[in-house]
Design a protein around this ligand. Structure first.
Ligand SMILES: *[C@@H]1O[C@H](CO)[C@@H](O)[C@H](O)[C@H]1NC(C)=O
Length: 415
């Protein structure tokens, strides 16, 4: 991890600041020497126009070759056999041939690895660049760009820039600016949020180094070593495939593996809680008669929910401007053999369940219970509980371990 983190950092820094040992990776690694004219890159999303190739036939061929290479690179993995001196991409990462095997290094944030057409001579180069720069260079050759590497999804803004750049290149080839040495890719700090949120590379700013400690240095009797990870567990679910599928936004009854991070955690002062107002704890209500559940709900910006069939657990917990969890609540009524039963319930069975999708009114949420054919609940004993949730239906997460309950339960009788 250490060396790849250093490399990522190096790639994010200016060329001048990169230690000599890092140069091999950070500079444009050309398969055939790249003419200076080609070495103009995108800085902070601004594409500098570049000179067109002397022969459009050569340019087209270079573009087609680069596209074909990018296609081949899609299937290259770390450890694959290679020929000395051969550079390639493994997905969005830069791959160098070391001792007959590809060794991969991440490109800096906002950049991806790509084969690019040379501009003033026949050939291609392999380098880290922004998706916008890659697309613009390919488009400028006239070659079809429909086979650009699928993984490098450019941000919306990048696409626009690419289109603009391609236009500029076509419309005013004579106005091309003089060649300059390629600047390093934009530093992570300068990157737009869109770029970071579309990158396949873990950004240095979010690496959680505490995840390297398993908690047992020194060992504590009875305490287990934590799983550790140098990369925030970004590929954790790869371990469970194909037997356990990715959750992928679905409610998979057989179990799955979910990749979305926990996300934003509120402060101690903003931990949610709830209390039923109706029915009250130990109340007796009329059987087979409609009633309304009412519940005080604190510290949830209620009424916010995503599509439960497509976005289940599919995004991190979020907070509003006041630092309160954006979400909603659910209420569930389960049947009990007696109010003082000591038999555990079966969460697969319940008599009433409702996601409350409306916001707070006077600090409370409410929902009616009963249908035309079944008003209220039949005579019996019940437990009513809240299930406070974030927007993507995950249970609310709070900042500290020792806290009061974040939900309420009441017991009532219908007769
Ligand atoms: C109970 O509520 C349902 C749903 O709103 C309604 O259709 C039904 O008429 C109500 N029953 C009675 C007896 O009020």
């Amino acid at each position: 991890m250490h060396s790849s983190a250093l490399l990522t950092l190096a790639l994010a820094m200016s060329t001048a600041a990169i230690p000599t040992g890092m140069r091999r990776v950070s500079r444009r690694a050309a398969v055939t020497p790249m003419p200076a004219e080609a070495a103009v890159s995108a800085v902070d999303g601004v594409i500098v126009p570049y000179r067109r190739a002397a022969s459009s036939d050569v340019a087209l061929k270079n573009g087609q070759d680069a596209i074909a290479l990018n296609k081949q690179f899609a299937s290259i993995k770390a450890g694959d056999a290679c020929t000395a001196g051969q550079d390639a991409c493994a997905g969005t990462q830069f791959a160098q041939c070391v001792g007959g095997k590809y060794v991969v290094q991440p490109c800096a944030a906002t950049t991806v690895c790509a084969a690019l057409p040379l501009v003033n001579s026949a050939g291609t180069s392999v380098t880290c660049t922004t998706p916008a720069d890659r697309d613009a260079r390919l488009a400028a050759t006239g070659a079809s760009t429909t086979v650009a590497p699928a993984k490098a999804a450019p941000a919306k803004a990048a696409k626009t820039t690419a289109a603009k750049a391609a236009k500029t290149a076509k419309a005013s080839p004579a106005k091309a600016s003089p060649a300059k040495a390629s600047p390093a890719p934009p530093a992570a700090a300068a990157a737009g949020d869109d770029d970071l949120q579309n990158s396949f590379t873990l950004d240095q700013s979010v690496v959680q180094k505490g995840y390297l400690d398993d908690g047992q240095q020194p060992p504590v009797a009875g305490q287990f070593a934590s799983l550790t990870s140098p990369n925030n567990f970004i590929n954790f679910c790869a371990k469970t495939l194909p037997g356990t599928p990715l959750t992928n936004g679905l409610q998979i009854a057989g179990g799955s593996c979910n990749g979305a991070p926990i996300g934003l955690i509120p402060s101690f002062e903003k931990m949610p809680s709830s209390k039923f107002v109706n029915p009250k704890n130990l109340a007796t209500i009329p059987a087979n008669t409609n009633f309304t559940i009412q519940m005080v709900l604190n510290n949830i910006d209620a009424g916010h929910f995503t599509n439960a069939q497509k976005n289940y657990y599919a995004a991190p917990q979020q907070l509003n401007a006041d630092g309160v969890i954006i979400g909603h609540t659910h209420v569930v009524i389960e049947s009990l053999p007696a109010l003082d039963t000591i038999t555990s319930t079966d969460p697969r069975k319940f008599v009433f369940f409702k996601g409350i999708n409306t916001g707070l009114e006077n600090g409370q949420v409410s929902t009616p219970v009963g249908s035309a054919s079944k008003p209220g609940v039949p005579a019996g004993f019940y437990r009513l509980c809240s299930q406070n949730a974030a927007m993507n239906h995950q249970p609310v997460i709070v900042p500290i371990a020792q806290h009061g309950n974040l939900d309420d339960c009441v017991y009532f009788t219908a007769k």
